[in-house]
Design a protein around this ligand. Structure first.
Ligand code: C5P
Length: 275
C-alpha cells in the first residue's frame, strides 16, 4: 500500500432476518434482506507496519488488540498498513460493526481473500455494500435490484448483546424463508408492504434477554415509523420512514425522551466506489 486510503464502513441493517435452519457445526442458516446506511464507521489506512488506532465516540468500547477484525482482515489479506478506525457506531449492536470495519479494510487494500466469511458471517455482505439478499450462514450474497429510497432511524439502548447467546435463546430454528422470488421492491409502498410480512426471528429471543429492546421498538412506532424492527442480533432497532423530514423529527423526539440512547436518522448508502 503506497497511498493513504479512507473507506466508509457503513452500518448494515437487516430489514428482514429469517432463521431457517442450523448446520451441523452450530451456525444458523439465514435468509435476510440487508441494506447499508449513510451512518457508519470510517477506516483510514496509511503506509507502515500493521497497527491499529481507535478514535471516535465508541472507541472506548473496543480494544486495539490482535483479535480486532480490522487487524485480522489485513492479516488475512497478507498486507501491512497503519489503520485508524473511527468508531461512530455502537459496538456489538447488530448493525455490522466489526464485519463492516473488516470489509472496509479489505476494500481499502483492494484485497479479495477467498473466504472473507472466516472473519465474520456478515463480512461478505458488507464487502458487497449494496442492498442484498443474504443466505447460507452469510456467505451467499445476491445483490438486489434498486430498493425504494427509504429513510431510517436507528436506535440503540446503550447495551450490547452477545450474538451467540441470542442464537442460543431461539425457540425455533426452522422458520419459513423469504419467498423464492422477491417481488419488485422499488417503491416505498411495495417495500413496506413486503417487509410487513417478514420478520427478524432473533427479535423475540433478544427481547427476552434485553427487554429494553421492546421499548426502542415502541418508541420508534410512537414516533411514526411505518415499520419498526430489530437489526441482526440486536440491540439496535430501526424505524422506516418514507420522508426524510419525518425521520429527522422522529430521531429528535426519541433522542429528547431518551438522552441515554444512541439515535440517528440516516438514508441508504450509495454503492461503494470500485477498486
Ligand atoms: O460470524 P460472527 O462472528 O458474526 O458470528 C458470531 C456468532 O454468532 C457465531 O460464533 C455463532 O455463534 C453465531 N452465528 C450463527 N449463525 C450465523 C452467524 C452467526 O449461529 N449465520
Amino acid at each position: 500500500m503506497r497511498t493513504i486510503r479512507q473507506e466508509p464502513a457503513p452500518a448494515k441493517v437487516n430489514l428482514a432476518l429469517h432463521v431457517t435452519g442450523q448446520r451441523a457445526d452450530g451456525y444458523h442458516l439465514l435468509d435476510s434482506l440487508v441494506v447499508f446506511c449513510d451512518a457508519g464507521d470510517v477506516v483510514t489506512l496509511t503506509p507502515g507496519p500493521l497497527s491499529l488506532r481507535l478514535t471516535g465516540p465508541f472507541a472506548q468500547g473496543l480494544e486495539a488488540d490482535p483479535d480486532n477484525l480490522c487487524l485480522r482482515a489485513a492479516r488475512l489479506a497478507g498486507r501491512e498498513a497503519a489503520i485508524t478506525l473511527e468508531k461512530n457506531l455502537p459496538v456489538a449492536s447488530g448493525i455490522g460493526g466489526g464485519s463492516a470495519d473488516a470489509a472496509a479494510v479489505l476494500r481499502a487494500l483492494d484485497a479479495h481473500p477467498a473466504h472473507p466469511e472466516t472473519l465474520g458471517a456478515d463480512v461478505p455482505v458488507c464487502l458487497a455494500g449494496v442492498p442484498c439478499r443474504m443466505q447460507g450462514v452469510g456467505e451467499i450474497v445476491t445483490p438486489l435490484p434498486a430498493l425504494a429510497p427509504l429513510h431510517l432511524v436507528l436506535v440503540n439502548p446503550g447495551m450490547g448483546l452477545s450474538t451467540p447467546e441470542v442464537f442460543r435463546a431461539l425457540t425455533r430454528r426452522d422458520n419459513p424463508p423469504l419467498p423464492d422470488r422477491l417481488p419488485d421492491l422499488g417503491t416505498p409502498e411495495a417495500l413496506l408492504s413486503f417487509l410487513t410480512d417478514c420478520r427478524n426471528d432473533l427479535e423475540a429471543p433478544a427481547i427476552a434477554l434485553l427487554p429494553v429492546i421492546a421499548d426502542c421498538l415502541a418508541a420508534l412506532q410512537d414516533a411514526g415509523a411505518r415499520l419498526a424492527r430489530m437489526s441482526g442480533s440486536g440491540a439496535t432497532c430501526f424505524g422506516l420512514f418514507a420522508d426524510p423530514q419525518d425521520a429527522a423529527r422522529a430521531a429528535r423526539e426519541i433522542g429528547a425522551t431518551h438522552p441515554d440512547w444512541w439515535v440517528v436518522a440516516t438514508g441508504l448508502a450509495p454503492a461503494p466506489a470500485k477498486g
